[in-house]
Design a protein around this ligand. Structure first.
Ligand SMILES: *Cc1c(COP(=O)(O)O)cnc(C)c1O
Length: 407
């Protein structure tokens, strides 16, 4: 057993630098063109989204979060460091990082249905999709998903708003308030005793039997992955407004909470594609659910689970409570991600408290996982190995959920 697996077993928070990451890495099967295609599709849908959701109207139907200065938080985490916060915890409509991927995935399905039935022509304004004849078509279909909460919120909300029947299969980790919010948005919520993987399995099985069912497969969806990647274009524009131009000697260090891997994987792919060696991406996981870390270190991806090494997959970070990673994502990013680290639940509680007290940010447990990153990475020999001056690094904490958290 390697030293790293030992640390995972012992629930010892640690940073693992990925020996397989390479500046020259490309993502098998995905290119910049795919990202541009996704961004163009989101732009086509923007007028419709602005019409469907008041919250999306503020940015004219583009669902995006702010990039924040957090000087008081930075002072607590790593005094003297330049730390920014990408506020996906406040993403409109879905309230989490799942907004970009999940909504995009359902939009792809809606568009393909309309094209197939000759109800949409290239160049049409997509507001047309709110018309009675198209809604009648959508009503024949069920969109479903398996989730620990936030993906369900994202998929269920957009599917129901477009007129689909929406069914969300929730794992035991899912919070009561997320189920309630979804039901209030017209979504059927099914509850299971089992974990995330088993909720996905139930949903997948149910959908297979129904020709009018579309299952959003969190473990295998290229559409989800590309939807997440669109964050890179938005971050690029936000950095440009601040005069930040990342390059190999002045890189961004980005800290991404990781569950099954789709959201951090898609964002990592997008950022690496745009910035090359100007960005370093690190995935954050709870000590009880380090599925992606385990999959990458062992090279076994979804052939190994956290249960296999004696962990419980029980964590207050419900969005990250995943025991087995996506092999689809793991294989795409295995040469891109620069490292992974693990965090204890107690630290998440502390980080949430600090975020609240210093910057008045309301984030959920999962969203705080990245906060351990700057300290862990800078205390390792990562900078020395890559000949980087810590002074030149811009750290970005990616907060991934919390907008609808009850008080
Ligand atoms: C889902 C989720 C993540 C991680 O995304 P994955 O695609 O599961 O890796 C991180 N934070 C929050 C709040 C989430 O809901």
């Amino acid at each position: 057993m390697t030293e790293h697996i030992m640390k995972l077993r012992n629930r010892e928070p640690f940073f693992w630098a990925n020996p397989n990451s390479s500046d020259a890495a490309s993502a098998p099967g995905f290119t910049l063109n795919d990202m541009l295609d996704a961004e163009a599709r989101l732009a086509r849908f923007a007028p419709l989204l602005a019409q469907l959701f008041d919250e999306a109207a503020e940015l004219f139907g583009i669902i995006e979060s702010r990039l924040l200065d957090v000087p008081r938080l930075a002072e607590q985490l790593l005094p003297g460091a330049k730390i920014l916060l990408k506020a996906d915890h406040d993403l409109p409509v879905a309230g989490s990082v799942k907004a970009r991927g999940g909504i995009y995935n359902v939009l792809c399905f809606a568009e393909s249905l309309c094209l197939k039935h000759g109800l949409l022509q290239p160049g049409d304004n997509y507001r047309k999709m709110a018309s009675p004849d198209i809604r009648k078509l959508f009503a024949k279909y069920t969109v479903s998903v398996g989730s620990t909460g936030n993906l369900g919120l994202s998929i269920g909300t957009i599917a129901s708003a477009l007129g689909f029947r929406a069914r969300v299969h929730m794992s035991a980790d899912a919070r009561e308030w997320k189920k309630k919010l979804l039901r209030s948005r017209g979504v059927e919520v099914l509850e299971y005793e089992g974990d995330y993987s088993s909720a996905v399995e139930q949903g997948r099985k149910e959908a297979q039997a129904d020709p009018y069912a579309y299952f959003v497969d969190d473990e295998n969806s290229p559409e989800l992955f590309l939807g997440y990647s669109s964050a890179a274009f938005r971050l690029r524009d936000q950095l440009r407004l601040r005069g930040i131009v990342p390059n190999a000697q002045h890189p961004l260090f980005v800290y991404l909470p990781c569950g099954v891997g789709g959201a951090p994987g898609g964002i990592c792919f997008g950022l690496k594609t745009l910035f090359g060696p100007g960005v370093r991406c690190f995935f954050a996981e709870p000590v009880e659910s380090p599925c992606m870390t385990l999959g990458l270190i062992s090279g076994k991806h979804d052939a190994v689970s956290v249960y296999d090494i004696g962990l419980t997959n029980r964590t207050s970070a419900d969005g990250l409570a995943v025991g087995r990673p996506s092999a689809f994502v793991g294989k795409i990013i295995q040469n891109m991600v620069d490292g992974c680290f693990t965090v204890k639940d107690e630290s998440l509680d502390l980080f949430r408290k600090i975020a609240r007290e210093t910057e008045n940010l309301k984030i959920e447990s999962s969203a705080a996982a990245g906060f351990a990153g700057p300290g862990l990475v800078l205390n390792s020999d990562f900078c020395r190995t890559h000949q980087l001056d810590p002074e030149n690094i811009v750290h970005i904490l990616w907060t991934t959920g919390g907008r609808y958290l009850p008080e």
